[in-house]
Structure formats: structure tokens, C-alpha cells
Design a protein around this ligand. Structure first.
Ligand SMILES: [Cu+2]
Length: 98
């Protein structure tokens, strides 16, 4: 895995004040996660995206549950963020409410 940068913190603070306006939840399949630090890396990459409210990755199931505001972030943004750090991901559960 690659540690990309530590520029995440200001963005985490910003995203934490975003309202609950248009909250969506998706679950990603992230088959490339193969050691205990992988879920952490994936979570950090996804949380970096403006509009993402939470990311919870799990090594055992190789999934990552993401809560985000779909007026700010898109599924493509989220998939792109995991791919950027070397983890290809796909959506296995669609947005809620559809
Ligand atoms: Cu790893």
C-alpha cells in the first residue's frame, strides 16, 4: 500500500461541518485489502473527499461502507479515491432510498 499524504486533516474538519442534507450510504467491495492497515488507508482516502461524512472499511469482508452527501460528492469520486491509492473498488450496495 502507498501512504499518499497527510493533507487529510483540514478536509476532515471541513467535511465534519457539512449538514445531513442529502445523505446517501453505499457499500463498496474493495478486494485489494489484504492486511490490517489496508482498511485504514481506504478509509482515509475516502474521507479525504469533500462531502463524505464517514467511511468504515472492514478487512474481513473486504468492504467499505461510505456515508456521503450526494450534492457534494459522487460515487465516481469515491471509487476514484480508492483507485488512486491502489485499491480498485466497486459498489455492491446502491444508494439508500432508490
Ligand atoms: Cu495492507
Amino acid at each position: 500500500m502507498k501512504i499518499r499524504s497527510i493533507l487529510l486533516l483540514p478536509f476532515l474538519l471541513l467535511t465534519s461541518v457539512v449538514s445531513l442534507a442529502a445523505e446517501q450510504t453505499i457499500t463498496l467491495s474493495v478486494p485489494g485489502m489484504d492486511c490490517p492497515s489496508c482498511p485504514y488507508m481506504v478509509e482515509q482516502a475516502v474521507m479525504f473527499i469533500d462531502g463524505v461524512q464517514s467511511a468504515k472499511a472492514e478487512l474481513k469482508s473486504k468492504t467499505c461502507a461510505v456515508v456521503y452527501d450526494d450534492t457534494i460528492a459522487s460515487v465516481e469520486d469515491i471509487l476514484g479515491a480508492t483507485a488512486d491509492i491502489g485499491y480498485k473498488s466497486t459498489v455492491i450496495k446502491p444508494e439508500s432510498g432508490s
